[in-house]
Write a protein that binds this ligand. Structure first.
Ligand SMILES: *Cc1c(COP(=O)(O)O)cnc(C)c1O
Ligand code: SF4
Length: 378
């Protein structure tokens, strides 16, 4: 049996948000799309499903063709042109998947995919090919090999539920997954990567929170890309999660025409931290997802943006700008880099005011212990 969002749970107000939203490409007929969007919709939907709850659609200003929420969910004609070099599996998940529904690239943490379905489908998604080609929901049996793998690898301390969107599952499925993971003694933290607090905040209910509570430390990593997504409903959702004692972080994707300005990122990061209590964690450089060239910036543009953010925002409001390297190279930081020159003990470092300063290292010889290579490990 496949359990999904549309399955009945009594008294769930969020189900209206789902029912009244866009669930199929034909539902786009109700929306005031441009002729280009209308023409692209059917074809683009064949590559990546179209779905958005009513609460998220209601944020769109239909008079603005460049609306940042519209850009994230309405198929664009530009999507139909895959550029050379774009990848089906942009970050190399598949090569590091020893068993179905699990990716193990870093020793201490794994990605676990309880479902390949989402509450909202984002046009820029780097896993869109998996979502389309696999398209499977949650079943107990499907996770057994992954859970056995985690149990057999004591170096795994953190299990990251991703997908798909894990919070698109019913409470009972979440409680079951949480219980199975926490029964593995060496696992210490459960992390959940989700767009539900953004696109379907009414789904964050006391029942959902309770399903996730247990022995493990819980971290919820939300995915806000623009300050316009931050509303009273998302505030309520994040408050519920915080009051449960969960650590809240956010990852954003740098998207041309959505958030590629200092002003847009500054407001996003500030409102995340000050209004939602969500710490900006990563700003991802646009992945090489197929058909997304029109939303990508250059790396140099991204570096200039995060250098400006560093000067404007409090330390706790700054995300780390990363690129997820193809072939499983992992997420590596791209900046800001304030080193202008370096020669032996002499460094030339650019300050937050843009002025460069000289800095000379003074490091004593020390004893054997302190002069040990700090990267050598214990
Ligand atoms: C992103 C990712 C993680 C988590 O990385 P953090 O830097 O800890 O957020 C873990 N495994 C894989 C395969 C990933 O892509
Ligand atoms: S919610 Fe996440 S996994 Fe689903 S389409 Fe959006 S970015 Fe992709």
């Amino acid at each position: 049996m496949t359990e999904t969002l549309t399955q009945n749970e009594p008294d769930a107000a969020w189900q209206d948000d789902v029912r009244q939203g866009v669930r199929h490409v034909r539902d786009l007929d109700r929306l005031p799309l441009s002729s280009g969007e209308r023409a692209a919709a059917q074809e683009a939907a064949a590559h990546h499903k179209v779905r958005a709850p009513k609460a998220y659609l209601d944020l769109i200003d239909w008079n603005d063709p460049a609306d940042p929420i519209r850009a994230q969910i309405i198929p664009s004609p530009a999507e139909l042109d895959a550029a050379e070099g774009e990848l089906d599996d942009p970050i190399g998940d598949h090569a590091f998947s020893p068993v179905p529904r699990l990716t193990h690239r870093h020793a201490d943490r794994v990605l676990l995919f309880p479902t390949y379905q989402c509450a909202v489908y984002c046009r820029f998604c780097f896993r869109k090919e998996s979502l389309t080609s696999i398209g499977r929901g949650y079943t107990r049996a499907a996770l057994e090999p992954a859970l056995a793998y985690i149990a057999a690898h004591p170096e795994i301390r953190e299990v990251i539920l991703t997908g798909g969107d894990p919070l698109s599952l019913p409470d009972a499925a979440l409680a079951e997954i949480r219980a199975r993971v926490e029964a593995i003694a060496h696992v210490r933290l459960l992390r959940i990567h989700t767009r539900v607090p953004v696109a379907l905040p009414s789904r964050i209910t006391p029942g959902l929170v309770e399903a996730l509570q247990g022995r493990l430390m819980v971290t919820v990593v939300t995915h806000f890309n623009h300050a316009r997504e931050i509303t009273p409903a998302t505030e309520t959702a994040c408050r519920l999660l915080r009051q449960a004692g969960f650590v809240l972080l956010n990852q954003s994707v740098l998207l041309k025409g959505v958030n590629d300005s200092v002003e847009a990122l500054e407001e996003l990061c500030r409102e995340l931290m000050y209004r939602l209590g969500v710490k900006p964690y990563y700003l991802h450089h646009g992945d090489l997802a197929r058909g997304m060239a029109h939303r990508r910036t250059t790396i140099a543009q991204g570096q200039a943006l995060v250098e400006a953010l560093r000067a404007r925002l409090s330390g706790i409001c700054n995300p780390v700008y990363v690129i997820d390297l193809p072939e499983g190279g992992g997420k590596v930081p791209l900046g800001p880099c304030h080193v202008e020159a370096h020669d032996g003990e002499h460094w030339r470092l650019r300050g937050l005011d843009g002025e460069a300063r000289d800095y000379r290292e003074i490091v004593g010889a020390g004893d054997n212990r302190s002069s040990k290579d700090p990267t050598a490990g214990s």
